[in-house]
Write a protein that binds this ligand. Structure first.
Ligand code: PBG
Length: 332
C-alpha cells in the first residue's frame, strides 16, 4: 500500500503524469486487440448488409459478407467472433426446433466461417430467443418459462453447435442446471475441448433493446425476462451464480451488461480468479455511438476509454460491437 504520510511538496503526484512516456511506463492496465470479442449478426440470403436502425454502424450480414468480416477480424488481430442469427418469423415456434436444426442459419454460418478462417475462434449463443415465437430464452408454457425442459433443448442446441465447429459455447439463457447438462453432454460425445463461456451474471436489463431489434426487427417478446435474468439490484447473487457455474463446468464467465455492472466484474474476478469477460451490450454501444455521431464525444477516445475501464475492473476481455473500430484505433 502507498505510504500516506508523504506530504506536499515531497509528494507531487503530477510528477508521474507529466508526459506520455512516463504515463505509459507506469500505466496499470492496457487494452489489447487480443482482449476483444466481436459480436456479429447473421441473416439469410446473399450479398446482404442490412442496417440496424438502432445500432448505427452495425449490420445484419449474409454468410458471404460475414466471411469478409471474419477475414477483417483476423487482419486486425481479433481472435474471436460471436455470432447471432436473425431468424425469419416463419421458422420461429413455441418448441424452438429450429434451434437444434444442424442446417440452420447459425450452424451453416459457423461451418462456412470455419472453412474460410480455421484459426478464428467462433463463439455461439446458447439460448432459444432467436427461434422462439415468444422471444423468450426458454420454453414458455402456461405463462411460465419452464426450466428443466428448456435445459434439454439447450443441450441439444449446444451439441449441434459444437458439431458445426463452434469453439466456445455461450449459454446466455440463465436457466438453472444448463452448464452441468451441456458439459456432461459434451464430455460424453467426445467434445472434451469445447469451451463454455457462461453468461453467469446476466441481468434483466433494458440495455438489450437494440439487440432484440437487431435479431428480429420486430418485437416478439411477451412480458419480460425477470423470472430468469437477474435483478439489477443484486451482486451477492451474481457470485452464487458464478460459483455454481464453475462447479458445473464453465471455463470462463460473462457479466452482462458491462459498464453499469463493473462492480460485479470486480467482485467476480476478486472472488474466483476465473477468466472473466464483460459484454458491452447493444444499449451501451448505441448510447456511445449516438454521442459520437452527434459530435458530442470523440470517436476513438470514447471507444477506447469505455473498453479500458473493463480491464481496470478486472476483466480479461470484452465482447463489444466496437471491436473493429477499437482495433483500428489501437493500431494507430
Ligand atoms: C439472448 C441474448 C441477448 C443478448 C445476447 N444474447 C438479449 C436478451 O437476453 O434479451 C443481448 C446483447 C446485447 O444487447 O448486445 N439470449
Amino acid at each position: 500500500m502507498q505510504p500516506h504520510n508523504v506530504s506536499f511538496p515531497v509528494s507531487r503526484l503530477r510528477r508521474l503524469r507529466q508526459n506520455a512516456q512516463i504515463r505509459s511506463l507506469i500505466s496499470e492496465n492496457t487494452l489489447q486487440i487480443s482482449d476483444l470479442i466481436w459480436p456479429l449478426f447473421v441473416c439469410k440470403g446473399n450479398n446482404i448488409k442490412e442496417k440496424i436502425s438502432t445500432m448505427e454502424g452495425v449490420f445484419r450480414l449474409s454468410i458471404d459478407n460475414l466471411i469478409i468480416e471474419a477475414k477483417e477480424a483476423i487482419s486486425l488481430g481479433i481472435n474471436c467472433i460471436a455470432l447471432f442469427p436473425s431468424i425469419e418469423q416463419s421458422l420461429k415456434s413455441f418448441d424452438c426446433e429450429e434451434a437444434y436444426n444442424p442446417n440452420n442459419l447459425i450452424n451453416t454460418a459457423t461451418k462456412a466461417v470455419k472453412d474460410a478462417c480455421p484459426d478464428l475462434l467462433i463463439m455461439l449463443d446458447v439460448a432459444l430467443d432467436p427461434y422462439n415465437i415468444t422471444g423468450h430464452d426458454g420454453l414458455f408454457k402456461d405463462n411460465e418459462i419452464i426450466n428443466d425442459e428448456t435445459v434439454k433443448v439447450l443441450t441439444l442446441q449446444a451439441l449441434i453447435q459444437a458439431e458445426s465447429g463452434a469453439d466456445i459455447l455461450g449459454p446466455s439463457d440463465m436457466m438453472d442446471g444448463r452448464i452441468k447438462s451441456i458439459r456432461s453432454a459434451l464430455e460424453s460425445e467426445g467434445y472434451h475441448n469445447k469451451m463454455i463461456m457462461s453468461y453467469s451474471a446476466k441481468y434483466a436489463s433494458t440495455l438489450y433493446a437494440p439487440f432484440r431489434d437487431a435479431l428480429s426487427g420486430k418485437p416478439n417478446l411477451k412480458g419480460d425476462k425477470k423470472t430468469y435474468q437477474m435483478d439489477p439490484a443484486n451482486t451477492d447473487e451474481a457470485l452464487r451464480n458464478v460459483a455454481r457455474d464453475i462447479q458445473e463446468g464453465a471455463d470462463m464467465v460473462i457479466i452482462k451488461p458491462g459498464a453499469p455492472y463493473l462492480d460485479v466484474c470486480y467482485r467476480i474476478k476478486e472472488n474466483f480468479g476465473i477468466p472473466t469477460f464483460a459484454y458491452q451490450v447493444s444499449g451501451e454501444y448505441s448510447m456511445i455511438m449516438t454521442s459520437i455521431q452527434n459530435g458530442w464525444l470523440g470517436h476513438d477516445e470514447a471507444i477506447l476509454e469505455s473498453l479500458l475501464c473493463f480491464k481496470r475492473a478486472g476483466c480479461d476481455g470484452v465482447l463489444t460491437y466496437f471491436a473493429p473500430m477499437a482495433a483500428k484505433a489501437l493500431l494507430k
